[in-house]
Ligand binder design. Sequence first.
Ligand SMILES: *Cc1c(COP(=O)(O)O)cnc(C)c1O
Length: 370
Amino acid sequence: MPPVEQKPVPRPGILDIAAYVGGRAKAEPGQRVIKLSSNESGIGPSPKAVDAFKASAADMHRYPEGTAQDLRQAIAERFDVPADRIVCGAGSDELIHLLTTSYAAPGDEVLYSEHGFLVYPISAHAAGATPVKAPERDLTTDVDALLAAVTPATRILYLANPNNPTGTYLPAADVARLHAGLPPHVLLVLDAAYAEFVDAADYEAGFRLVEAAENVVMLRTFSKLYGLAALRLGWAYCPAGVADVLNRVRGPFNVSTAAQAAGIASLKDVDFLDHARRHNATWRAWLTGRLAQLGLEVTPSVANFLLVRFPDEAGRTAAEADAFLTARGILLRRVAAYGLPKHLRISIGTGEECELAAAAIADFLRGDHG
Ligand SMILES: *Cc1c(COP(=O)(O)O)cnc(C)c1O
């Protein structure tokens, strides 16, 4: 006889999850909020995406087109890939959960990098699998450490490239070496949420590896450069076998009509996307330089945020800086949960937001707490 429980009990692993805590959005009532805590777009969405979103309201009573066909077609044309290898999701977070629960079971291991995205271990626990971290070197993914951590139980390796919250990346040659060292049954998931922000000539988001192998998936999102975080929209570029699996397990209407419409419109607004990319590059360089002038250690970032190391001395720590800035309505992200208690992460906002945040950090470091 199985034990009789007094209430419903979730599967093993679920209660090991430390629920994801998003970047804060609220300050004191009536205070202006400068939200630089979730790597959202500093300049928001394309006006054409907003128009498409509004136009979709008339069909609110209809179910979405369940295969996101027009959106997949638009992605296929934009990136020159076959539409039937693309699966859309309610954010790439949904796709991460679907991949993990499809390919990892209790007893299996899900591998990721020391300061990697927290949704990876959360999804592993949700599947009853075991999350395993490999150490990083200089706040950068270490290919050899990841390969050394592969065991017969490894089923998935998640690589955020560029990584959040460090902002560092692996060149294409290193990703290829990582892939070459993996057993063929291990699924390599290249999470390229910040790919659009990278200018480095030796970077690749992952198209070629997906096309060359049966065990590589690339994830992309509309939440960052495209500025559609509220609509929840992401996509996976997959080998045929993985696309088939995702299409079996996903909800039949997992991407809303509004998200599909706004996604198509923003993909087509190439000028706006270029403008958003240039805005980020300009203010990322400015803020990196300004914070370095203030004596802070800034990890060189290729993404739309900076990881900033604060001093150890009392009165100047990351936790104290966060409290000081929060009191002024400036919301950064503490990253202690990522194993980085001495750092804060700051997203690139508007130019004015970057200037106000830098000025407030200067006040903090000066001990000007008035
Ligand atoms: C922001 C982010 C995502 C995107 O998540 P969505 O669910 O698409 O909003 C994915 N991976 C990483 C590493 C991120 O930082």
